[in-house]
Ligand binder design. Structure first.
Ligand SMILES: Cc1cc2nc3c(=O)[nH]c(=O)nc-3n(C[C@H](O)[C@H](O)[C@H](O)COP(=O)(O)OP(=O)(O)OC[C@H]3O[C@@H](n4cnc5c(N)ncnc54)[C@H](O)[C@@H]3O)c2cc1C
Ligand code: SF4
Ligand code: SF4
Length: 360
């Protein structure tokens, strides 16, 4: 019998809406009974005459558990594709329900792993700019002890606490190289139903002081100074790439560098003035803006190229010989995977590819 205790909603999603339970291939089942006796959730019964295991209470099965499939000697048990569960884990409802539970059980669950957690700092929102692509640029100034932030390395990120929360935090890449006034710039994109997005787009105001931890992360420059570089960015991946690029323009303006910046539409590109300035300062920097569609009135910065289509296709079609280059990529996981493939095809060696995936 389905057990009410075992069929409670899974992180807010009704259990009956989740198609996760074992399916037995009766021809392959040799009737050993391992699954029946090892499942602690009463999912199975046993047909003693036919000598076969039977899935009697499928909804008792724990979402994402596969213990019985792993221990079945004849590999007779299967489950839905794991992608189904990963898709569920992406749902705002699931993400928020997990987060709320973690915080409500903090007393029981908390442990100090010894991993870097960054310094706790206070930052004042000194400027909020609306730019393309559903993105806002926040300029933040250190308040008091936050001057430690000036020690960040380009490519690193901060964890910004959702204001008025019990320290729920979200990661945002710093989008600039270190500045003399210690300000940092974050490019925050709206995520539907998102908690920090709701603050960033609906209630944040200049002068507000927020909490953050950082700097964190290891997506930093690691190439010898004599190597040419190719940067590839899409979505919010543009932030760490811009930080790395600015660092190079400040330190080694003659360095040969390529930037491929991908977006859905030409309206999603922003800070093109700054891009033009970087190209003026770095004569060997070549920029290509890649979008699925371009507004007929779109004017790219002087010397910047444009390409229509997917970022990985534009890279592959560039015909460039990138052997000898080091490559830095940031953006959504699938884009990064496709672009890695394209870069390998253009001759970038495996140990010279450095990638950072983010969800948007
Ligand atoms: C290293 C790093 C750097 C980042 N840099 C930027 C940046 O520069 N600019 C930017 O706009 N965003 C960046 N992000 C994404 C950012 O941290 C947030 O995930 C995003 O802004 C959504 O936050 P939210 O509170 O608005 O939405 P949430 O309330 O977190 O929920 C919205 C969605 O988040 C997704 N989600 C589920 N699990 C997770 C998880 N574990 N972590 C994050 N999202 C999850 C789900 O799809 C959910 O639907 C970065 C992420 C990482 C890991
Ligand atoms: S563990 Fe596999 S072989 Fe054994 S009874 Fe279960 S399904 Fe059949
Ligand atoms: S996956 Fe886990 S909970 Fe589900 S039937 Fe198998 S052992 Fe039981």
């Amino acid at each position: 019998m389905a057990d009410n205790k075992l069929t409670r909603p899974w992180h807010g999603v009704p259990r009956e809406e989740i198609p996760w339970y074992p399916v037995i291939d009766v021809d392959a089942c040799i009737g050993c009974g391992t699954c029946v006796t090892s499942c602690g959730r009463d999912v199975y019964r046993f047909d003693f005459e036919a000598k076969k295991a039977v899935v009697a209470n499928p909804m008792n099965c724990m979402v994402a558990c596969q213990t019985c499939a792993n221990t079945c000697p004849s590999r007779a048990i299967s489950f839905p594709a794991e992608d189904e569960i990963l898709r569920m884990e992406d749902l705002v409802l699931v993400h928020h329900s997990v987060e709320d539970e973690l915080l409500s059980r903090r007393d029981q669950l908390e442990v100090d792993s010894g991993l870097p957690r960054g310094d706790l700092v206070h930052l004042k929102v000194t400027r909020i700019q609306e730019v393309g692509g559903g993105t806002r640029i926040f300029t933040l100034s250190p308040v008091g002890e936050a001057d430690r932030l000036c020690q960040f390395v380009p490519g690193q990120y901060l964890e910004i606490a959702v204001p008025d929360s019990h320290f729920m935090a979200r990661a945002y890449s710093i989008a600039n190289a270190p500045r003399s006034d210690d300000t940092v710039e974050l490019q925050i994109r709206r995520v539907k139903g998102g908690r920090l997005s709701a603050w960033a787009f609906d209630s944040a105001h200049e002068g507000e002081v927020i909490q953050a931890r950082g700097p964190l992360g290891a997506f930093t420059m690691r190439s010898p100074v004599d190597r040419p570089l190719v940067f590839v960015a899409r979505g919010t991946g543009f932030a760490p790439i811009k930080s790395l690029l600015e660092q190079q323009v400040n330190m080694l303006p003659q360095r040969p560098m390529l930037l491929f910046w991908g977006a859905t539409s030409s309206d999603d590109f922003y800070e093109l003035e700054q891009m033009a300035t970087l190209m003026r300062r770095a004569p060997n920097l070549r920029v290509t803006l890649v979008a699925r569609r371009f507004d007929p009135d779109f004017i790219p910065p002087e010397r910047a190229g444009v390409a229509t289509g997917r970022l990985s296709d534009a890279l592959a079609a560039s015909g460039l010989d990138l052997s000898g280059f080091d490559a830095y990529l940031a953006g959504p996981r699938l884009t990064v995977t496709d672009c890695l493939l394209a870069l390998r095809g253009l001759g970038v060696e495996e140990d010279r590819l450095f990638a950072d995936s983010m969800s948007t």
